[in-house]
Design a protein around this ligand. Structure first.
Ligand code: CUA
Length: 175
């Protein structure tokens, strides 16, 4: 064991420290990557609304669109200033439209499609989810401003995609 000199002992200690240092940084890098990956997934799922919270999935693509609430394009009053709107996207319009609600109303939208995939986006709000046949997506929003909101389709769906515009009319609260 004559090769253990003060120099090699120093080398050994140095390598051990370097090793520890590297392990910490490798762990840090992997943790950061995992965080970014999870964050991206969560952002896509929540923000782009493809998997809207509380979405319902059906076996047949036209089950929701053919059900009475969607078929008649119902706006149902569910509380003093709460409403449920059953909205269907079709080539190339939204039904019901216009949707009339009073200022301050909280509307829960149930959104589906009767044919292809459409994008349900209400301009000037955070509402943005995908209208998919066989799926009912849900989103709630409180309309505090009295104005007209446009529902636009933000998923290319054919020749008249750009004309697929609906309306939400928020009436001024009586003073
Ligand atoms: Cu519907 Cu684009």
């Amino acid at each position: 064991m004559s090769d253990i000199t003060p120099e090699t002992r120093f080398d050994h200690a140095f390598h051990k420290a370097a090793d520890r240092h590297e392990r910490v940084w490798i762990f840090f890098t992997i943790a950061l990557l995992a965080l970014l990956f999870a964050g991206t997934l969560a952002f896509v799922a929540v923000d782009f609304g493809v998997v809207a919270k509380g979405a319902g999935f059906y076996k047949s693509p036209l089950t929701p669109a053919d059900s009475p609430l969607f078929k008649s394009g119902k706006l149902v009053k569910t509380g003093p200033s709460a409403y449920s709107a059953y909205v269907t996207g079709k080539l190339w319009y939204w039904t019901p439209s216009p949707i009339h609600v009073p200022q301050g109303a909280t509307v829960t939208f149930y959104v589906t499609s009767a044919d292809v995939i459409h994008g349900f986006e209400v301009q000037g709000t955070t509402i943005n989810l995908t209208a998919i046949p066989g799926v009912v997506g849900t989103v709630s929003y409180t309309f505090d401003k009295a104005r007209i909101y446009h529902i636009v389709c933000n998923e290319y769906c054919g020749i008249a995609h750009q004309s697929m515009i609906g309306e939400i009319i928020v009436d001024r609260r009586p003073t």
